[in-house]
Design a protein around this ligand. Structure first.
Ligand code: TA6
Length: 296
């Protein structure tokens, strides 16, 4: 980890940098109000729980921790494109950010919380990719009784650029069949399996593979676990798209890094700017997308 050591900021005692699974560098955070784990590869939050509370972020037991393979679970950062790249079939799904090594630029205590800042800038590899722009991405993770995530992107190029982004959060639920996602009622969406669908008046419930894109949706959402009564509220700024995903049985079985029955214990509610909501920045301009998770 010598390369990482040399760039490290001073760490408060509540932050430990160590070796995680697969030998990957990981920051373990022990704030008074909450704890978390963040892999430097992908600036990937892989665990968060408020102090005294149960884990909120879900991670697959089958996740790989190998070069070139994204972690399964946690909060993957999808950037600078979402899903398959529109023109380059060889480009990695959901972009290069979740496969890249981010730099831990800052770690500090803020009352009962701890704030960490991770930075990714363009590299030779990204400049040779399907998205060759010069950029800086700053990802701020605030760990406490709530989890707050903020992704700031700045165009360091001399030309305009456009990108998609998603905080592809995997949330833990007791039983997906007894889980509801509310806050999206009245919003039309695209079901990635069957196409455009009209708005629904009920919360999203799950009885099959679910993969929905809500555009022009700035609403807060709530994941209600009717089995336990736990509610996870998701409030966001600077995000105009929301994605809701559960792979259900067949897709779960088809994914090598996902346990066959693990679909029952997770739901993804993703904070995004994708498709028609993609962000365009003039040279020197920046944009921030942020989200906050609170549990009741
Ligand atoms: O956000 C939902 C989604 O785009 C699904 O279509 C599904 O593919 C999921 O992401 C996981 O993608 P990944 O590339 O991590 O396997």
């Amino acid at each position: 980890m010598s390369a990482i050591d040399s760039q490290l900021p001073e760490l408060p005692s509540s932050v430990e940098l160590g070796m995680g699974q697969g030998g990957l560098a990981v920051a373990r955070v022990f704030a008074r109000a909450g704890s978390a784990e963040i892999y430097l590869r992908g600036a990937h939050v892989s665990a968060w729980a408020p102090t005294g509370g149960s884990p909120v972020i879900w991670m697959s037991e089958q996740s790989e921790y190998a070069p070139g393979v994204p972690l399964r679970g946690g909060v993957p950062i999808c950037f600078p494109w979402f899903g398959a790249h529109p023109t380059d079939a060889t480009a990695p799904s959901h972009g290069f950010a979740r496969l890249a090594d981010w730099r831990l630029a800052e770690a500090r205590e803020a009352g009962d919380d701890v704030v960490l800042v991770f930075v990714l800038t363009d590299t030779e590899a990204t400049r040779a990719s399907a998205w060759p722009h010069r950029f800086e991405a700053r990802y701020t993770v605030t760990v406490g009784a709530q989890l707050a995530l903020s992704l700031q992107v700045t165009n360091l190029d001399t030309a305009q650029l456009s990108y998609e982004e998603a905080l592809h959060t995997y949330l833990a639920v007791a039983d997906i069949r007894q889980t509801e996602v509310s806050g999206l009622e009245g919003a039309p969406f695209t079901d990635r399996l069957t196409g455009p669908r009209p708005a629904e008046s009920e919360p999203v419930r799950f009885d099959a593979e679910t993969d929905r894109i809500y555009l022009d949706s700035t609403a807060a959402t709530t994941v209600t676990d009717t089995a336990t009564g736990r509610q996870i509220t998701i409030t966001k700024q600077g995000s105009a798209s929301t994605v809701v995903w559960n792979p259900w049985i067949d897709k779960a079985a088809a994914m090598a890094d996902f346990g066959d029955n693990e679909y029952t214990g997770m739901v993804c509610v993703e904070t995004c700017n994708i498709r028609d909501n993609a962000i365009t920045l003039a040279p020197g301009a920046g944009h921030e997308m942020s989200v906050r998770y609170s549990v009741a």
